[in-house]
Design a protein around this ligand. Structure first.
Ligand code: FPP
Length: 246
């Protein structure tokens, strides 16, 4: 039977507020097709566009995408440069769509390590979309979960040193509010594509109670249909947050 929304089998009234995605499998996708790894990343960037659009359409609040980890700096220079170029192209080509679709762009990670032109585009687009009220697109760039926690610690310790905070006043909320994700709720759902069963230093503090979903599909082949399927599966899960079922 056809439902009266286009997004069967999901219930639009019970959407995860925050979805985080580890976009993995670009390299394997390219290898399977006897292409260069960079071709996999290019196709992966197309998937980013599709999933950002889908998330905005169905009404997801926050979409956090792991686009470049701190560890990724250790990849060959040609691959790192190609990924930076793809980011640059993404910010230029998607600017109008992002603005038109009321998307608010945010970035988490060591933005200062990115090439200057990418930093400028990030700064411009985050400032330009600051007041937007639709999907928050949160891109993790030069991001590492341990570095996120470490930099939060440093910020907190500085405040203690300057007598702006007392050590025994620190609680979990203090740490959350000094992470790159300050002000954002923790992810309800963490998706990893490409079939690997690990969290790869992504949002370590923030995923304490996230529901995990590993998709075998490689990121360049991931699509709206699979995204909706996973959200449907999320809606069937019982989240107990360490408590017992009601
Ligand atoms: C992991 O695949 C993916 C990355 C390291 C980069 C993700 C980048 C994109 C999806 C494109 C650019 C992003 C934006 C926001 C425009 P992998 O190379 O580790 O794949 P493998 O495990 O199959 O080798």
């Amino acid at each position: 039977m056809k439902s009266d929304n286009d997004f069967e089998p999901i219930d639009l009234s019970k959407l995860p507020l925050h979805v985080a995605i580890i976009m993995d499998g670009n390299g394997r996708w390219a290898k399977k097709k006897l292409k260069n790894r960079i071709e996999g990343h290019k196709k992966g960037a197309d998937t980013v566009r599709d999933i950002v659009t889908a998330a905005g359409e169905i009404g997801i609040g926050i979409l956090t995408l792991y686009a470049f980890s701190i560890e990724n700096w250790q990849r060959p220079k040609t691959e790192v440069n190609a990924l930076m170029k793809l980011l640059e192209n993404f910010f230029i080509s998607e600017k109008d769509n992002i603005v038109k679709n009321n998307v608010k762009l945010q970035v988490i990670g060591q933005v200062w390590r990115l090439p200057k032109n990418v930093q400028t585009l990030v700064k411009e687009l985050t400032a330009h979309t600051k007041e937007n009220t639709g999907l928050i697109l949160n891109l993790a760039l030069s991001y590492g979960g341990r570095e996120d926690i470490l930099s939060a610690f440093k910020k907190i310790i500085k405040k203690i040193d300057r007598n702006k905070l007392k050590a025994d006043e620190i609680n979990e909320g203090t740490i959350s509010s000094h992470l790159y994700t300050a002000g954002l709720s923790d992810p309800d759902l963490l998706i990893r594509t490409g079939g690997e069963m690990r969290v790869s230093n992504f949002l370590l503090w923030q995923i304490a109670y996230s529901e995990l979903y590993i998709s075998k599909i490689l990121w360049p082949d991931f699509n709206k249909e699979e995204f909706l399927e996973i959200i449907g599966e999320f809606q069937l899960r019982e989240r107990r947050f360490g408590r017992i079922a009601e």
